[in-house]
Design a binder for this molecule. Structure first.
Ligand code: WTA
Length: 663
C-alpha cells in the first residue's frame, strides 16, 4: 500500500536507511567515476566558481565570440558570460554536422496512433532552417516573441529551435491548457506569432487545439498577428483568412539555408509560464549563454549520455523538463532524444515499456506520479517487456516515496540501473540537487547532493541555519548560470518573490525556492514539499490563487479556498472549499459544473478532485482565509493549531464533519 500523507512521508524518509551504491561497471564507464571525483569537482567549483564555469564554457560550447567576464553579480541580477556571442542551435545542431553525428538520429518520435519519424542531425538542421525562414517571412525578428501551443510532435521541437535560430524568444504553452490560459499567456508575453496544430492525439482522443486558439483569439485582434498551423490530425478546422496559415503552404519553395543569428549571451532564449503562490502564472525568463552551458553540462554528467545511447525524457515540451532535458541538453550533447506524443492509457497501459523495448532506450527520465500509476496497474505489465536496454533511470517533479523508488529500481531497473532523483524548478533552468549515477550512492527518497557549483542550504524563516535532520526552507546561496533572469514584465515580482523573502536577511540575496527540505548528517537533501500555496498535482505546479480565481469567476461562487489533499497517484489532488452566492443551491450538478468550469478556465490538469460547499470559510480578524486548517480538513486529519487566530472557529468542526462525506 502506498503512503502519501505528507506527515507519513516525512516519517518514512526519516527512517529510511537504505543506501544503493552505483554498480561498479556503471562507475567504470561513467564521466564522473567516484565520490572522490565528485568531491574534487565540487570543491573546485566552489573555491573558484568563475574559473570553473569559464573553463567549462570554453571547453563544452561553441562561441562566435568569447565572453569578457564570466559573471557580473549585482544581486539579485546576474549576467553570465558577458558579451559572449553564441547561438544555442549552433551548439545543438550545426556543430554535430561535421562529425559522424551528422547521420545520427537527433530526434526519434512516435505518435500515439503508432506513426513514427526519425530526424538525423542533418535532417533536423534542414527542418529548423526551413521553419526559421518561415518565421522570417512572417516578419519575426530578433527579440520578438513566438508562442508555441502544440501537441508533442517533431514540429513543436523544430519550432522551438527555429525561434532560437533567428533570435526570437519562444514561449511554449502546454497543449493541455484551455483557451483562457492560452489567452492570458499570449497577452502577457505579447507574442507576435502563434504556432499551433489542427490537433493532437492524447488518450485515444483528438485534442482540437485550433478550436481553443480560435476561442482565445476571438475579438482579440491585438494579441497575435498570425497563426501558423501544422497539419497533424487532418480534422477539419476553421482557418481565418489573413491570420491563419498552414505550415506546409508557407514552406513551399522555402530555402533550407538559414545561418544562425549571432546572439548575446544575455539575450532572452525563452519565457516559460509557471504557477506561483500569488496572482497569475509568471513568465520565467531564461537567457542563452548560461542556460546553454548549464543544461549541457548537467545532461552530460547526470544522465551520462554516451554516443550510442537512446535517451528518453517523458516530459511534455510545455514544461521546463521538456525544454532542458528533452530538447536543449540532449541535443547540445549530440544525443538521440526520444519523444512520444501519447501517455499511458487504459487501452495501452504498457506503452512506455513497449517503447523502451522497441527503441532499446538506455536512459529513461520520468515523474514519480507516473511511476505510482504503474505500480497501481501491477507488475505484470512491465514484466511482459524486455527492458534490458535500460542502464540509467531518473525522476523529477515531486518527492519520490522510498517504496516507489524501490519499485522503480527493482521492477524497471532490474536492480542494475542507478536512479537519479533530480530536484530543480522552472526558475533554476537545470537540475540543482541530484546524485551523479557513477559517483554518488542513492538513498531512496533523497535527491542527494548539490550539483557542482550549487550551494544549497536549509534555514528558518529568519534566514538562520537549522541543525541537520530538521526541516526548514531550501535556499540557494550563490548565483548559477541557468538561474532565471526575470519575471517577464515584472522585475519587482522577480526581486521580491525569490530574493527578498526572508525577513531578517533580505540583504544577503539568497535564492528562496519555496520548498522545504531537510539535510541529513551525510549532507543529503530530502525535499519535503512546497511551503507556499503552490500545489504539485501529478508533478504539475498549480497555484491555489489561480484555482480560486477560476472558481470565483463562476456566477454561483462567492468565495473559494483551494488546498492540496494527499493523493495516492497524483501526489496531491485539488480540494476546493466554496461558498455560494445567494440564490444558488449546493447540488451535485453544481459540483460537476464548477469542475468543468475550472477545466475551461485553466485546463484539464486543474480539474478539482473535490468541491465542498460551506456557509463560511475560516478567517482571521483581518479577513484572511486560513488555508492551514483547510489543508488538515482536506487530508482528513484532526484539526491542530491555535484556533484563536480565527474569528469563526466553530466553522472548523462543521467543515470537518461535512468533509467526512467527501473522504
Ligand atoms: C518539485 C520541475 C522533490 C518542487 C523541474 C519544486 C521536486 C517544483 C523534485 C518545481 C524532486 C521538482 N523531489 N520535489 N526531485 N523536482 N520538485 O517548476 O516542489 O514544474 O519546487 O519544475 O517541483 O516544479 P517545476
Amino acid at each position: 500500500m502506498l503512503n502519501h500523507h505528507k506527515e507519513d512521508t516525512i516519517e518514512s524518509v526519516l527512517k529510511e536507511k537504505r543506501i544503493i551504491h552505483p554498480p561498479s561497471t556503471f562507475s567504470a564507464n561513467a564521466r564522473i567515476k567516484s565520490f572522490q571525483d565528485y568531491e574534487k569537482l565540487y570543491q573546485e567549483s566552489i573555491s573558484d566558481s568563475e574559473n570553473f564555469w569559464g573553463n567549462l564554457a570554453e571547453k563544452e560550447l561553441h562561441w562566435f565570440n568569447k565572453w569578457d567576464r564570466v559573471l557580473e553579480w549585482d544581486p539579485p541580477h546576474a549576467k553570465w558570460f558577458l558579451n559572449g556571442k553564441l547561438n544555442i542551435t549552433y551548439n545543438c545542431i550545426d556543430r554535430h554536422l561535421t562529425s559522424s553525428r551528422r547521420n545520427k538520429p537527433a530526434i526519434v518520435w512516435e505518435g500515439e496512433p503508432g506513426d513514427s519519424r526519425t530526424l538525423t542531425y542533418e535532417e533536423l538542421h534542414v527542418e529548423v532552417c526551413k521553419f526559421a525562414n518561415v518565421l522570417k517571412q512572417l516578419k519575426v525578428t530578433k527579440g520578438d516573441c513566438v508562442a508555441i501551443y502544440m501537441p508533442m510532435i517533431p514540429e513543436a521541437i523544430i519550432a522551438m529551435l527555429a525561434c532560437a535560430r533567428i533570435g526570437s524568444v519562444h514561449t511554449v504553452i502546454f497543449g493541455g491548457f484551455s483557451a483562457e490560459s492560452l489567452k492570458d499567456r499570449l497577452k502577457d508575453s505579447q507574442a507576435k506569432i502563434l504556432v499551433t496544430a489542427d490537433g493532437g492525439f492524447r488518450k485515444d482522443k483528438i485534442i482540437s487545439l485550433k478550436s481553443q486558439v480560435d476561442i482565445a483569439l476571438k475579438n482579440n485582434s491585438s494579441i497575435v498577428e498570425k497563426v501558423v498551423v501544422v497539419k497533424r490530425t487532418s480534422e477539419s478546422i476553421a482557418m481565418e483568412h489573413g491570420r491563419d496559415y498552414w505550415l506546409h503552404d508557407l514552406q513551399q519553395d522555402i530555402s533550407d539555408n538559414c545561418p544562425p543569428e549571432i546572439m548575446d549571451s544575455e539575450d532572452a532564449l525563452f519565457i516559460l509560464y509557471t504557477s506561483g503562490s500569488t496572482g497569475k502564472p509568471k513568465g520565467v525568463v531564461h537567457t542563452i549563454g548560461g542556460y546553454s552551458l548549464y543544461t549541457h553540462i548537467t545532461t552530460k554528467w547526470i544522465f551520462d549520455i554516451q554516443d550510442t545511447d537512446t535517451y528518453w525524457c517523458t516530459a511534455d515540451i510545455g514544461w521546463i523538463t521538456g525544454h532542458s532535458y528533452g530538447v536543449y541538453g540532449p541535443l547540445s550533447n549530440g544525443a538521440t532524444s526520444l519523444f512520444y506524443e501519447g501517455v499511458p492509457r487504459p487501452s495501452n497501459p504498457g506503452c512506455f515499456w513497449d517503447i523502451i523495448e522497441r527503441y532499446k532506450v538506455n536512459i529513461f527520465y520520468t515523474a514519480p506520479t507516473a511511476i505510482r500509476s504503474f505500480i497501481k496497474m501491477g507488475d505484470d505489465i512491465p514484466k511482459k517487456f524486455n527492458l534490458s536496454s535500460l542502464r540509467l533511470l531518473g525522476t523529477v517533479g515531486e518527492p519520490i516515496n522510498p517504496e516507489v523508488w524501490m519499485w522503480y529500481y527493482e521492477i524497471i531497473g532490474n536492480e542494475k540501473c542507478p536512479i537519479v532523483d533530480t530536484w530543480w524548478q522552472t526558475e533554476t533552468g537545470g537540475v540543482m540537487i541530484t546524485s551523479l549515477p557513477g559517483a554518488i550512492s542513492s538513498k531512496p527518497g533523497s535527491a542527494s547532493l548539490p550539483f557542482p557549483g550549487i550551494v544549497p542550504d536549509i534555514v528558518d524563516k529568519n534566514g538562520d541555519n537549522v541543525p541537520d535532520n530538521t526541516g526548514g526552507l531550501l535556499i540557494i546561496k550563490n548565483p548559477w548560470p541557468s538561474m532565471l533572469r526575470n519575471i517577464h514584465g515584472d522585475r519587482q515580482r522577480f526581486e521580491e518573490n525569490y530574493w527578498n523573502s526572508l525577513s531578517k536577511k533580505s540583504d544577503e540575496h539568497i535564492y528562496f525556492s519555496g520548498d522545504s527540505a531537510r539535510r541529513d548528517s551525510d549532507g543529503y537533501f530530502w525535499i519535503l514539499g512546497r511551503t507556499d500555496d503552490v500545489m504539485n498535482i501529478s508533478g504539475h505546479r498549480l497555484g491555489s490563487m489561480e484555482l480560486e480565481s477560476a472558481l470565483v469567476s463562476h456566477q454561483a461562487v462567492n468565495e473559494a479556498s483551494v488546498v492540496g489533499k494527499p493523493h495516492e497517484i497524483k501526489g496531491e489532488d485539488i480540494y476546493a472549499f466554496v461558498t455560494l452566492n445567494n440564490g444558488f443551491e449546493a447540488t451535485n450538478e453544481l459540483i460537476s459544473e464548477l469542475k468543468q468550469h475550472v477545466v475551461q478556465e485553466i485546463g484539464a490538469i486543474a480539474r478539482p478532485g473535490t468541491i465542498q460547499f460551506t456557509r463560511e470559510l475560516p478567517k482571521t480578524r483581518s479577513g484572511k482565509i486560513v488555508r492551514r486548517f483547510l489543508r488538515q480538513i482536506a487530508a482528513n486529519q484532526n484539526i491542530k493549531g491555535d484556533r484563536s487566530t480565527i474569528v469563526n472557529p466553530d466553522i472548523l468542526d462543521e467543515l470537518k464533519e461535512q468533509a467526512q462525506l467527501h473522504n
